[in-house]
Design a protein around this ligand. Sequence first.
Ligand SMILES: [Zn+2]
Length: 129
Amino acid sequence: MPTWTLNTEFTFDAAHSIGGYDGKCARMHGHTYRVRISAKSHTLNPSKYLDTPDMVCDFNELKWAGKDSEKGGFDHGILDELMPVNTTAERIAEYIHKETKSRIPGNIELTVTVWETENSWVEYTDKDV
Ligand SMILES: [Zn+2]
């Protein structure tokens, strides 16, 4: 079966605190988060910028979370105020996955990886692996 996997990576700087955590992560602090989004599809689609079905989806639709927090993304924002979930890396990945899904065609399988530090990351997908 023909399969395309679109990959993009971006970073954003943000503050957060982990609600209910017994330790220093409960205090407000910051990370440079790195995000990788993989979008896998067996068919190609049109997009907002291209009428013909020649893309998995537009890279721009995958990169929204890296934008300025005053323009709909997370960069230089306080994550606790920007997402309705506790801001563990696991929940951030799940939230980015859900929000990105709503911006792209339905036939795309997404995997979202979030690095909280250079050597600690989590991968989220809604499909069994
Ligand atoms: Zn943290």
